[in-house]
Design a protein around this ligand. Structure first.
Ligand code: G6P
Length: 369
C-alpha cells in the first residue's frame, strides 16, 4: 500500500496532487487549442440530439452532483442551453416530466451509484437521450448510457472525491465549449481564448497546490472548530458546497455551503467569533458583492479565510487569512478554487486524527439505495 501511495501519507493527498496530470489526461486526444478544436466522439456522433434538446437534465449524487451544478453555469453561460440539475435519488421518485427532446447527463465517478443508474433507466424508458460522464471504464453507468465521455482521472481510492471532481468539470467544460462552437453561441475569438486558457489550467492548478504549507498553518488554527460556513457566488457557489462536503466527510466538522448573498437570509445569525467562514472571493465574477459579504462577516466578528486571486489587496485587508489562486476567467475558476478547499479539509482531518481515506460510515461507491 505504501508503494501505491507513491510517497504520500494518504491516497487523498496523492490524488489532490495528481490533479494537474489528471486534467491533462482528460484533455488528451480531445483538446487542440491551436486549431480551435475539441474532439469528443460521443458528442460528434450525437450533435443534433444536443443542439435540438429542449433542455439538459443532469443527475448525480454527492460530489458528482456538485460538478453537475458547476456544469449548469457552464452550459447555460457558454452554450445557452437550459439546464436542470437533480439529485438522482429525488429525480427517480418524483415522476419527472421527460420527453424525447430532453438530454440527460449522468455524472458518476464510479459508474455504479444505484440511484444514478435508476435515474438513467427511467429517463431512457421515457425516450430521453442519455449521456454518461464516468471515470471507471466499462462501469454499469458507462454501459447503460447511449453515449458518453470518460474523465480519465485514473483510479480514485480516497473516499472523498478530489481528482474525479475536477476532471468531471473539465469534461463538462469541453462539452459545453464544443456545443458552443457548433451552435455559434461563442465567437470564434472568445472560443480560441477559452481553449487556450483551458490548456493552461493544469499549470495553474500546480501553482494553486503551492499554498499547501500555508493551508497547513491555517488548518492548525481552525482544527477544533465545531462549525464552518463556506460561501461563494456564481460559478463558485457549487465550489462552496463541495468545500463544505469535503470538510464534513473527512473531519466530521459540521459545515454548510451557501450562496454568499443568501447569508442574510439565515446563516448570518450563526456568525460570531467562533465561526470560521471560508469565502471564495476571486476577482472575476461578483467580486465587489462578495467583498461586501466579507465586511458583514467581519462586523459580526466571524473569522474569515478568503480564497482570492493572486495579488488581491482589498480582501487581504479584511480577512484573517488569504489563500491565493492564479488569475482565470470566472468559468474556469472552480478548477482552481477547489484546490485550497480540498487541502484545508485534508489537513484539518489529519490533525484531528481522522481516517482520511476511509471516513466512518461512508463508502466509495454506493450501490444500494
Ligand atoms: C459516495 C462517495 C462520494 C461520491 C458519491 C457519488 O457518496 O463517497 O465521494 O461523490 O458517492 O458517487 P459517484 O461514483 O456516482 O460519483
Amino acid at each position: 500500500e505504501a508503494i501505491e501511495k507513491g510517497g504520500y501519507e494518504h491516497f487523498m493527498l496523492k490524488e489532490i496532487y495528481e490533479q494537474p496530470h489528471a486534467i491533462k489526461d482528460t484533455f488528451r486526444g480531445r483538446l487542440r487549442a491551436d486549431q480551435g478544436l475539441i474532439r469528443m466522439a460521443g458528442i460528434d456522433q450525437n450533435l443534433e440530439r444536443f443542439l435540438n434538446a429542449n433542455r439538459i437534465i443532469i443527475v448525480a449524487c454527492g460530489t458528482s452532483w456538485h460538478a453537475g451544478l458547476v456544469a449548469e453555469y457552464i452550459f447555460e453561460d457558454l452554450a445557452r442551453i437550459p439546464v436542470e440539475v437533480e439529485y438522482a435519488s429525488e429525480f427517480r421518485y418524483r415522476n419527472p416530466v421527460i420527453s424525447d427532446k430532453d438530454v440527460l447527463i449522468a455524472i458518476s465517478q464510479s459508474g455504479e451509484t444505484a440511484d444514478t443508474l435508476a435515474a438513467i433507466k427511467l429517463a431512457k424508458e421515457r425516450g430521453a437521450f442519455v449521456f454518461g460522464v464516468c471515470n471507471v471504464v466499462g462501469s454499469s453507468i458507462a454501459r447503460e448510457t447511449h453515449a458518453g465521455a470518460y474523465t480519465h482521472a485514473g483510479p480514485e481510492i480516497g473516499v472523498a472525491s478530489t481528482k474525479a471532481f475536477t476532471t468531471q468539470i473539465t469534461v463538462l467544460t469541453l462539452m459545453a465549449l464544443k456545443l458552443a462552437k457548433a451552435s455559434g453561441t461563442l465567437s470564434e475569438s472568445r472560443l480560441h481564448e477559452m481553449l487556450s486558457e483551458l490548456e493552461g489550467i493544469p499549470a495553474k492548478v500546480e501553482k494553486a497546490l503551492e499554498s499547501n504549507a500555508l493551508i497547513e498553518i491555517i488548518s492548525d488554527v481552525y482544527k477544533d472548530s465545531t462549525n464552518c460556513l463556506y460561501l461563494g457566488r456564481g460559478y463558485n457557489f457549487p465550489v462552496a458546497l463541495e468545500g463544505a462536503l469535503k470538510l464534513k466527510e473527512i473531519s466530521y466538522i459540521h459545515a454548510e455551503g451557501y450562496p454568499a448573498a443568501e447569508m442574510k437570509h439565515g446563516p448570518i445569525a450563526l456568525i460570531d467569533e467562533q465561526m470560521p467562514v471560508i469565502v471564495i472571493a476571486t476577482r472575476r465574477g461578483h467580486y465587489e458583492k462578495v467583498v461586501s459579504n466579507i465586511q458583514e462577516i467581519k462586523s459580526r466578528k466571524g473569522k474569515i479565510i478568503a480564497i482570492v486571486t493572486e495579488g488581491d489587496e482589498q480582501v487581504r485587508d479584511l480577512a484573517d487569512h488569504v489563500i491565493e489562486v492564479p488569475e482565470s476567467s470566472e468559468s474556469l475558476s472552480p478548477l482552481l478554487t477547489t484546490i485550497p478547499l480540498q487541502l484545508l479539509s485534508y489537513h484539518i482531518a489529519v490533525m484531528r486524527g481522522c481516517n482520511v481515506d476511509q471516513p466512518r460510515n461512508l463508502a466509495k461507491s454506493v450501490t444500494v439505495e
